[in-house]
Ligand binder design. Structure first.
Ligand code: UGA
Length: 434
């Protein structure tokens, strides 16, 4: 157990998961948030996000007395030895991360930190932020450490408790080792670096994974033209240890709150320093093309024109296992279909209300289930890999949408079964079976 209390500032996906998991390792953790209602709900053991295993762990921490929630960052930081900043760092509009919230909080809590306290940046922050925070703080007796998170939404608790690695970076080696020590129970490889390397490891990891996905999605486009099968190609590539078999599933493009923002931010970090990095721009362009190709498939399946055509969307979130719609490829595809006049009805297990037209996205009517969404549709497009879609009763789909085409954006369904039910089947990166 740590020799001092941990404060976690910000209880979004990263803060709440990190705080709860650190408490489950035996540390004393106080999480602070600006939203008093949210603090009240969390204090009562209610998890405001959809994350497997989090609620149970949070309730255990509260019951054990070493996890609590307070209103405000000052209240959390006062008297803490470790202060984890888990604050939003959104795209500032020009691809650069907007660090205003981070700096505001540092200015607020800086003067009241105990001598010997360690400020830890957990949010994804641009290279040089640890140094900048050190300047803002202007305190010789407080250290700043970068400790990026590698949590995937939907499996964040598992990622935290069984990490591939723990990365800690600082110019203050003793402080870095103290932060690394907080994770010692996990027995993960620990990488101690400079603050700049640690900050860059996070961006490089996310951008690399996004690039891998863009690559396989472009291979999918090529496979369709040459008569190959992207799942066979991914399988054949994945046995090479240097490539690895993960993150090679073709789909409607990648999204979420991290990959798009971090890939763009890394591109601007390089640009701002005059370093050429063409792969990053191409990674984003390839992703938009994957979304275009998905919309093309739907249009072609509808006979070349989407005006007034009822289209069902299966899945709306950016991936399965989350209720997060931020930068969802499903919505990007929906937007393209809407622009061409398609009538959209969507089903997602975590989205029960209609989606309003907002931020350039179309209004989508929420359906009660996958069959309800498909009723009367000419094309059904599977966009998010929710496991329940693999078990769908295709005969029932054919009853409510006779002769419909199913565009399987995640290659989840069995072609023979879809065709046997009397439906058309259009996969991604492999030939259409007729
Ligand atoms: C990502 C990283 O994977 C985490 O390591 C990182 O900590 C996190 O961002 C972050 O920076 O906070 P996450 O945004 O939860 O995690 O999403 P992923 O599971 O990485 O999926 C990203 C996108 O890629 C989704 O749209 C998903 O559907 C897509 N994907 C993933 C594919 O299309 N094919 C695959 O084979 C894998």
């Amino acid at each position: 157990m740590a020799d001092g209390r941990i404060a976690v500032i910000g209880t979004g996906y990263v803060g709440l998961t990190s705080g709860t998991c650190l408490a489950s390792l035996g540390h004393e953790v106080v999480c602070g948030d600006v939203d008093p209602d949210k603090v009240a709900r969390m204090s009562g053991g209610e998890v405001p996000i959809f994350e497997v295993g989090l609620e149970e762990l949070m309730q255990q921490g509260i019951a054990a007395g070493n996890l609590s929630f307070v209103h405000g960052s000052k209240e959390a930081a006062r008297g803490a030895k470790y202060v984890f900043l888990c604050l939003p760092t959104p795209d500032g509009g020009d691809g650069r991360a907007d660090l205003r919230i981070v700096h505001q909080v540092v200015a607020e809590i800086g003067p009241l930190l105990d001598p010997g306290a360690i400020l830890v940046t957990k949010s994804t922050v641009p290279v040089g932020t640890a140094k900048e925070i050190t300047r803002t703080l202007n305190r010789d007796d407080v250290s700043v450490v970068s400790n990026p998170e590698f949590l995937q939404e939907g499996s964040a608790v598992k990622n935290f408790m069984q990490p591939d690695r723990v990365v800690v970076g600082s110019d203050d080696r003793v402080a870095a080792e103290a932060v690394a020590e907080l994770y010692s129970k996990l027995g993960a490889p620990t990488v101690i670096t400079s603050a700049e390397s640690s900050e860059l490891i996070k961006y490089a990891s996310n951008a690399f994974l996004a690039m891998k996905l863009s690559f396989i999605n472009s291979i999918a486009g090529l496979a369709e033209v040459v008569g190959a099968d992207v799942t066979e190609i991914a399988n054949g590539m994945g046995y090479d240890d240097r490539i690895g078999n993960k993150f090679l599933k073709a789909g409607p493009g990648w999204g979420g709150s991290c990959f798009p923002k971090d890939t763009k931010a890394l591109a601007t970090i390089a640009l701002d320093r005059g370093v050429s990095f063409p792969l990053l721009g191409a990674t984003t362009v390839s992703n938009e093309e994957a979304q275009d190709r998905m919309a093309d498939k739907v249009r072609e399946s509808a006979g070349g024109d989407l005006a007034g055509v009822p289209v069902a969307l299966w899945g709306l979130t950016f991936k399965a296992g989350t209720d997060d719609l931020r930068d969802s490829p499903a919505l990007e595809v929906a937007l393209r279909l809407d622009t061409e006049g398609a009538l959209l009805r969507g089903y997602d297990p975590t989205v029960t209300a209609d989606l309003p037209a907002k931020n350039g996205f179309p209004a989508i009517k929420a359906a009660a289930d996958a069959y309800d969404a498909a009723a009367g549709a000419k094309v059904v497009v599977l966009l998010t890999e929710w496991p329940e879609f693999a078990d769908i009763d295709l005969t029932k789909v054919a009853e409510v949408a006779p002769g419909a085409a199913i565009v399987d954006g995640r290659n989840m369904l069995d072609a023979e079964r879809v065709i046997a039910a009397g439906l058309r089947y259009i996969p991604v990166g492999r030939r259409e079976v007729r």
